[in-house]
Design a protein around this ligand. Sequence first.
Ligand SMILES: Cc1cc2nc3c(=O)[nH]c(=O)nc-3n(C[C@H](O)[C@H](O)[C@H](O)COP(=O)(O)O)c2cc1C
Length: 263
Amino acid sequence: MIQIDVEKCTGCKACELDCPGRAIQVIEGKARSVKKCILCGHCVAICPQSAVSIPEYDMEDVEEYNPQTFHLDPAQYLHAVKFRRSIRNFTDEPIARDKIERILNAGRYTATAKNDQDCRFIFVQDHLEQFRNLVWQEMPQVLESLQHTDRSWHYLFSRFYERYQKDPGNDTLLFNCTSFLVIAADNPLDGALAASNIENMAVAEGAGALYSGYMMRMISESPVLREWLQLENKQLACCMLLGYPRKMYRRTAPRRKADIIWK
Ligand SMILES: Cc1cc2nc3c(=O)[nH]c(=O)nc-3n(C[C@H](O)[C@H](O)[C@H](O)COP(=O)(O)O)c2cc1C
């Protein structure tokens, strides 16, 4: 629930006017929570007196707005989006824990439908080798099931498996990443949006990522992998390989002209 410090509240109505669910009202000069809401936190964020809090949330992580330090340069931002590349060759250096926490925070603070905050981030780093072995161990069963259901994925994964069997260093599913992230969510769009911010934050930390449709398919086909990852009843929203890129790109990669309808 929302908590209002009546000593601090001046009844300015900033919270009432910004509340998307009309769940907060100023009554007799003080803000009151009048019905259940989605706990979006706008009331916390807008209050000039810092009079509102949501005790069940991580209130210590709330940051004050400072016009001196808050500046997101549009040209730099677009430059960063254009420079981001899919990374398929990583150095051996694992991403340090403090960086991982900041990277995952970019996902945690991403918008979710109805403010559900329904994303689960399964970050595999300490047990990556165990996971890698399990993935390849699962391949024969996955191939068996794909043979009857999806010939093109069966063909693709058969080639991957042949390569891996010849040389286990040739892993076309996890490459040589140092960590693997699965985002599970009740609403897959929430997970996909979080993934995009996570990727950008990874780049800001000097690391890089590869979205993996291959791993999505692999996990979808394997109850053993789902269980190991503790997806429970959540939907698989995104799989990402992470680590430090071994290569530097000299320029941005080109794209088609934008497909925009201006009306
Ligand atoms: C949802 C999604 C799934 C992807 N799956 C794979 C994959 O399984 N394997 C792979 O090598 N690349 C994968 N990619 C990377 C794309 O091939 C890549 O984004 C595209 O070629 C453009 O290159 P760039 O990301 O460097 O701009 C995936 C990208 C997205 C967005």
